[in-house]
Design a protein around this ligand. Structure first.
Ligand code: ADP
Length: 267
């Protein structure tokens, strides 16, 4: 199968790495792909020469065509009995593959993505799939702000080469203690509320939420699921024209946590 980045000497990938690294790349396509990802992850976009951008476009447009995506509109709803959960779906998968009106990215306070190559955070996955245009957009936004992004806000960007139209970047609370405090809980609820309000203001038909703060930021998953569901319930019960909300579970364990939390809320 043809690589999503293109193969061989003379390919867009080969040409791009030659420009970025200043010489003919050694090794083969698998190594080049990793080197490109690492190069882009560790640098600001001002370091990308202008003649590299058309090659980036070529590579990312092929990647977007070849990687399968899931239509949010096709996902089953949790219920169909007139309750708030009629507008809610639970889906297990990679949020960067979801064709939704908007997806939520659990960002850090710098808001320009993760700078650790291959780090398994959702921020890295979102920026990598969207392409460096997203970092560039976030850099422009942050250049106009005088302080780091506070927790519990939502900043909207385009989705660029993601299947999702928009990305809602939010910074969740970092939980230092063994159990989240009231402030942590309010901050996490604030993230969901800010993202859902931003989705409504953006007139998107669907919004997919990753499990904010439950990775590197250390929020216990079950407690976070209950906070997320309460915020979503408040939103869906309170606005008639609310978009379809999708809770994204990344792993089977995460899905089980959500199912049990939903069962508890609906009991
Ligand atoms: P935070 O720093 O806010 O804790 P993380 O990215 O470390 O953010 O983790 C947040 C949640 O996102 C975790 O539950 C993690 O399993 C999940 N996650 C990581 N990658 C993806 C992805 N590609 N799609 C959906 N969820 C993801």
């Amino acid at each position: 199968m043809q690589s999503v980045y293109g193969e061989g000497a003379g390919s867009a990938l080969f040409q791009l790495l030659s420009i970025l690294e200043g010489g003919e790349p050694r090794g083969g396509p698998a190594i080049w792909r990793r080197r490109l990802t690492a190069w882009l992850t560790t640098r600001g976009t001002a370091e990308i020469p202008s003649h590299a951008w058309p090659l980036l476009d070529e590579i990312w447009s092929r990647r977007a065509r070849e990687i399968p995506s899931q239509r949010a509109a096709d996902l089953p709803r949790l219920t169909s009995n007139g309750r708030w959960t009629d507008s809610l779906s639970l889906w297990r998968g990679d949020i960067t593959r979801l064709q939704a009106g908007a997806i939520v990215n659990a960002a850090n306070s710098g808001l320009t993505g993760c700078y650790v190559p291959f780090h398994a955070c959702v921020d890295n996955a979102v920026h990598t799939a969207a392409g460096p245009w997203m970092r560039q957009s976030c850099e422009s936004i942050m250049a106009e702000r005088v302080r780091p992004e506070p927790v519990a806000t939502a900043t909207v960007t385009d989705g660029f080469y993601l299947p999702a139209k928009r990305v809602l970047h939010t910074v969740g609370p970092i939980v230092h203690a063994s159990a989240p405090s009231h402030e942590d809980r309010d901050a996490l609820a604030g993230c969901y509320q800010a993202c859902l309000a931003a989705a409504l203001a953006s007139s998107v038909d669907s919004v997919a939420c990753c499990a904010i703060s439950t990775g590197v930021f250390g929020y216990p998953k079950r407690a976070a699921a209950l906070v997320a569901l309460a915020a979503i319930q408040g939103f869906l019960a309170g606005s008639g024209d609310a978009p379809h909300v999708i809770l994204v579970a990344f792993t089977a364990d995460d899905e089980a946590v959500y199912r049990s939390a939903i069962g508890e809320m609906l009991a």
